[in-house]
Structure formats: C-alpha cells, structure tokens
Design a protein around this ligand. Structure first.
Ligand SMILES: Cc1cc2nc3c(=O)[nH]c(=O)nc-3n(C[C@H](O)[C@H](O)[C@H](O)COP(=O)(O)O)c2cc1C
Length: 291
C-alpha cells in the first residue's frame, strides 16, 4: 500500500523532506524524490510539515491537521511555561461542578499530540465522567486496595516469622496500607479519599506490544494533559492508587474495558479546584552530572 507519495507537480527538488526523514526512505533519483521503502514510513509527517509546496501526500493522515505552524510570538514564553510548571498543584479538593465534555476532549487532544517512540502512538484512554460510573469504579478500586493491603500485611507477617525479605513490589507501597484502610472506612461515610469527589477521571492504558518505549510514552502524554487541564482552569491529581488497583483486580479492569494484556501507566482526576494556593513549593536540588 502507498503510505507516502511525493506529488511531482508540486515538488521543486529542494531536498528538505529528504533531510528531515528520520527513516531515511526518501531519495532524489532521476530528478524526482522517490520513496525507497514504503513499509519503513512511521507516518511522523515531517516530510509534509516541512515542504513549502505541500508535495508529500500521506493519505492515511488527516490533511486538515497539517495547519500552518504558529508564530513564535504566539507561543508561551519560557517564564510563562516555568510559571505553569511551578504553579500546578495536585488538587484534592474539588467544586461540586461537572467538567464540560469539550474541556475533557481538549485534554485528550493534548495527550494525542505528545511524542511517542517511533511515532507508534500506542496510548488509549478511558474517561469516567458520570457520578454513577465514578462511584462504581471507586468502590471496586477501594475493595482492590483493601485486598492488596491484606496481602502486604501477610507478607510483612511472613518477614517477621521467617525473616524472608519483603517482595520488592511491596517495599515502597507498604506505607499506604493504613491510608487504604482509612479510605475504605471513610467511603462508608460517603467521603471519597480515592478520587476526592472529582467529577471526572482519565485512565490511560496501552498494549506493551505496541510500544517500543513504554517507560516514556505514557508520561509524556500525561504531563501534556494535566498542563492543558491547568490552562483550562481545571485542577488535576494523579491517581497511582487506581493504577495499583487495576493490577490487583481483573473485575475492575473489566469494568473499565481495559484488555487483560494492557498496562495501565497512569490515571488522574480532573475538576474545578475548590482550593487556592498562595505560594509555590520547594523541590530537592536537581541531581545532575555535567560531563
Ligand atoms: C505517578 C503519580 C501518582 C500519584 N498518585 C497519587 C494518588 O494516588 N493519590 C494522591 O492523593 N496523590 C497522588 N499523586 C500526587 C503526588 O503526591 C504529588 O504529585 C506530589 O506530592 C507533589 O505535589 P504536586 O503535584 O502538588 O506538585 C501522584 C503523583 C504522581 C506523579
């Protein structure tokens, strides 16, 4: 199948497309740019994006998305970006107000345009945006965390009895056991310490078979999404606990329609904050080796 084609009527042989093609599949031959191996194209779109004449044609991509690049002056300046990075806070107090679907769509859109290794674009999302659905998922997740708490506690008991080392996977999360117990207790009184009564939750999942860079792809999309939420006047908080719960409970994964073999790298809640911070926070000094 033809994945990329160069429109010869438009092509001026300037060579720009050849210079940006990361798969090195464009060549000038006999006064024309030819595609040496269609199967190697990763549809990154660089050839089309750089061509002043719009000669490269990629029929499987949406032509309308190849909009003119915004002027540099219209993009956020470094200080503005840093201010956004530093003022974003995890929000655990939300207004009792729904998030407009268009805003949720813009957040997903921000994730869609994050880079992925080899341009594989493996990520999929589940958006919970109804109170009933959120409640169902919350209850299942809290049950799963209670089960996980039990497993961790009996593993700790075994460590005491047999001196066996605690499994690596439990070592760092054992501190959450009392929190999960309290979470289950508060849930019985209508207090939500998992999603903090947020009106929407976004969950990411992907097949590891579709990603060559699974450590990086999800995080890049996650950050773009939460910063977009911030720019839309919304607050977010990552929910690692829901991620733990999806590992623990096949029923929960089923309820979220996440295939068995998929990974769940992150989830976060979204809503209008009902809290205002007065100051930025401090972080550890960066540990950098300059070579
Ligand atoms: C991957 C990840 C998972 C997290 N999971 C939770 C969570 O389950 N519950 C929660 O209240 N906060 C969670 N957080 C929020 C962190 O506690 C928070 O980012 C950190 O304390 C720094 O605060 P800040 O986000 O306001 O800068 C998570 C953060 C990250 C990055």
């Amino acid at each position: 199948m033809e994945i990329v084609r160069i429109n010869e009527d438009r092509c001026t042989l300037c060579g720009l497309c050849i210079s940006v093609c990361s798969r090195r599949i464009l060549e000038e031959r006999d006064e024309a740019v030819t595609v040496t191996d269609q199967t190697q194209c990763n549809l990154c779109g660089h050839c089309k994006a750089i061509c002043p004449e719009d000669a490269p044609q990629l029929p499987s991509l949406n032509t309308e998305e190849f909009q003119p690049v915004p002027h540099k002056e219209d993009l956020p300046q470094a200080e503005q970006l840093m201010a956004l990075f530093r003022s974003r806070r995890s929000i655990r107090i939300y207004q009792n107000e729904a998030v407009e679907k268009q805003k949720l769509e813009r957040i997903i859109e921000a994730g869609r345009f994050a880079p992925t290794g080899g341009n594989r674009q493996p990520l999929q999302y589940v958006v919970l945006h109804s109170a009933e659905r959120i409640q169902t998922i919350r209850n299942m997740a809290i049950d799963a965390l209670a089960n996980l708490a039990k497993k961790i506690e009996s593993a700790i008991e075994k460590v005491r009895e047999d001196g066996e080392p605690l499994a690596e996977s439990y070592r760092l999360i054992q501190i959450y056991v009392p929190l999960w117990r309290e979470m289950a207790e508060l849930q019985r009184h209508g207090i939500d310490r998992l999603f903090f009564h947020a009106p929407a939750v976004i969950i990411c999942h992907f097949s590891p078979l579709e990603s060559a860079t699974p450590e990086a792809d999800p995080g890049l999309s996650a950050m773009q999404m939460i910063l977009m939420a911030e720019a839309l006047g919304l607050g977010t908080c990552f929910c690692g606990f829901l991620v733990f719960a999806t590992k623990e409970s096949p029923e929960l994964r089923k309820a979220l329609q996440i295939p068995k073999d998929h990974r769940v790298p992150f989830s976060f809640m979204v809503g209008y904050p009902d809290v205002t911070f007065s100051r930025l926070v401090s972080r550890k000094a960066a540990r950098v080796l300059w070579l």
